[in-house]
Design a protein around this ligand. Structure first.
Ligand SMILES: [Zn+2]
Length: 120
C-alpha cells in the first residue's frame, strides 16, 4: 500500500482537507483538488455502544501527514492513546481507519503505515 492516497483538497499555503469546503477553513484561500496520503495518526477514539443495529463500533478522528482531519470508523487493533498509526480508506464518502491486524488488498495496514516513509 506504499504511496496509497485519497482524493482531497489543498490551498496555496498547504492546508489539506479530505472533505470539500467552499474555501480553506484555516486561511480562507481557494482550494484545489489534490491527492492526500492515506497514512494517518488516530488522535481520538471512542466506542459507540448504542447503535441502530445493537452492534457497538469504534469512532475516531484521524489526521493525515498533510494535516487533513476526518471523522472515521476504526477497525483493527489500536491503543487509543492518540498516536496510533492507521491507514485511511474511503468507502462511499466515509472514512475507515485501519489499525494493526487488518488486511487490505493482501497487505497489513499497520505494517504499510509504519514502513511508508513517503511524504507528498
Ligand atoms: Zn489554507
Amino acid at each position: 500500500m506504499r504511496g496509497r492516497s485519497l482524493s482531497g483538497w489543498r490551498c496555496v499555503r498547504g492546508h489539506a482537507f479530505l472533505h470539500a469546503h467552499e474555501r480553506c477553513a484555516e486561511c480562507g484561500a481557494e482550494l484545489t483538488p489534490t491527492r492526500v496520503g492515506a497514512a494517518a495518526r488516530l488522535v481520538a477514539c471512542t466506542t459507540v455502544r448504542v447503535t441502530p443495529s445493537g452492534e457497538p463500533f469504534r469512532l475516531g478522528v484521524a489526521v493525515t501527514r498533510e494535516g487533513a482531519r476526518t471523522l472515521c470508523r476504526v477497525e483493527g487493533r489500536v491503543r487509543g492513546s492518540g498516536c496510533d498509526k492507521v491507514v485511511l480508506v474511503e468507502l462511499n464518502g466515509r472514512y475507515l481507519a485501519l489499525g494493526a491486524g487488518v488486511r487490505v488488498n493482501g497487505s497489513w495496514a499497520a505494517r504499510a503505515s509504519d514502513g511508508d516513509s513517503q511524504k507528498s
